[in-house]
Design a binder for this molecule. Structure first.
Ligand SMILES: [Zn+2]
Length: 409
């Protein structure tokens, strides 16, 4: 899909023992894709086939109403059903709205099928909502007066808009490069995950956040370009590469955190001394009895009075797998990831809870880290880069025995 490394660059990496002799293949869709990122339900008709295999399709709007698109540059608008094309220019907005029967309106044009908008020049961008996007856009009616908008662009250009949304662009360059490799690997591994919705990935945290053009910076482009086409593999297969903000001292085992059995060596978790100075390393969070009770009630627990919450079980990396709740005259287990989701992922920052203390009318959770804890610890990468470790060293630390490989579609 993406052109592989130049022979010179590849030879250099081979010499450094950092890439496999083979090329990464798009791995089989694994049965262990985490349940925390479910595919979206949709009754939409499939989008037209992608333009070429070298493009990734990102669902930037799934059920948009009252959409307005503003071209920045000249675009060709083509009705994918009739094949009719129009040229549209910068300077005005095009409102997308339902029309008569199965037709819809794109500004002054009445269309029958999905609309593909292709920029005449490579630097053309389209504003959708508050954000500008590179590449081609597909506007597809969902058949219920809502519309999907799908952005089609090259993997590397896509990453220009992912890295600054997932890591601060003023962080050290080697940390940004490590993030670029992990984000590229994640995209490749999850390609087609939302196929039934007509695109590869969403632009939100169900996939990885993609912010379009506006957050791109020269350093981000430099980090992506310097690692162009490189992905993490293990035994020739693309790795399930994940990332999170801070692991709290030990990254999680993929199999333990998300189930699915024994994880491959690079995903079993590592001890991490590098993130200790992170502001996320240790935290405490107070939840009132009423907050906890309401969260449990909203998720199927018909209880009236909370009596106690404690840690029931944790894994060897310190992540709690189940909490034990006593309420009314019953006790029951709650999956820790569910419990975190119910209380709010930014309020209970991770399931690495060390202690739960009874406080006035509530509980204080003392914990470490921020995020699910699997894969690259971003704060650890930050401090490794500050200590002059390059991105290869960072990746080998968090994904032991993984290889850096160029890939082809
Ligand atoms: Zn860490």
């Amino acid at each position: 899909m993406i052109s592989s490394l130049s022979p010179r660059r590849r030879a250099a990496l081979l010499a450094a023992g950092l890439i496999a002799a083979g090329c990464a293949r798009r791995a089989r869709q694994a049965a262990t894709v985490p349940a925390s990122r479910p595919p979206e339900a949709s009754g939409a008709s499939p989008a037209p086939a992608r333009l070429t295999k070298s493009l990734i399709q990102i669902g930037i709007v799934t059920r948009g109403e009252h959409l307005t698109l503003h071209p920045n540059g000249t675009y060709t608008l083509t009705d994918q059903k009739t094949g009719q094309s129009q040229s549209i220019e910068s300077g005005k907005g095009f409102v997308v709205q339902p029309g008569d029967r199965s037709r819809y309106l794109f500004g002054p044009f009445e269309l029958q099928g999905p609309a593909r908008l292709s920029p005449k020049r490579a630097d053309g961008t389209m504003t959708v909502g508050q954000k500008r996007y590179r590449g081609t856009l597909l506007v597809r009616p969902n058949g219920d007066a809502t519309f999907a908008v799908i952005n089609e662009l090259g993997m590397e250009e896509y990453l220009y808009g992912v890295i600054p949304a997932e890591m601060s662009s003023d962080w050290p360059l080697e940390a940004l490069k490590a993030q670029a490799v992990v984000a590229r690997t994640f995209a490749l591994q999850n390609m087609g995950k939302f196929q039934s919705d007509g695109f590869d990935l969403t632009s939100d945290s169900r996939s990885q956040v993609y912010a379009g053009v506006d957050k791109e910076t020269p350093r981000i482009v430099q980090a992506v370009d310097a690692t162009r086409g490189q992905v993490l593999t293990w035994r020739g297969e693309t790795l399930h590469a994940f990332f999170h903000s801070c692991c709290g001292g030990h990254t999680g085992d993929y199999g333990s955190v998300w189930g699915g059995g024994h994880a491959p060596k690079p995903l079993r978790g590592v001890s991490d001394k590098y993130c200790r100075a992170s502001p996320q390393y240790q935290w405490s969070a107070y939840f009132s009895d009423d907050d906890i009770l309401a969260a449990l009630q909203r998720h199927g627990h018909a209880i009236a009075k909370l009596k106690n919450v404690r840690i029931r079980e944790k894994d060897s990396a310190g992540f709690v797998s189940t909490f034990r709740v006593a309420a009314d005259d019953v006790s029951f287990d709650v999956n820790a990831k569910d419990f975190r989701n119910w209380l709010g992922n930014t309020d209970l920052k991770s399931t690495k809870v060390l202690q739960i203390a009874r406080k006035k009318k509530g509980y204080t959770f003392l914990g470490r880290g921020f995020g699910h804890g699997v894969g690259l610890c971003q704060w650890g990468a930050h401090f490794m880069a500050k200590q002059d470790k390059d991105y290869r060293k960072i990746l080998v630390h968090y994904f032991p025995q993984a290889e850096l490989s160029p890939y082809h579609d």
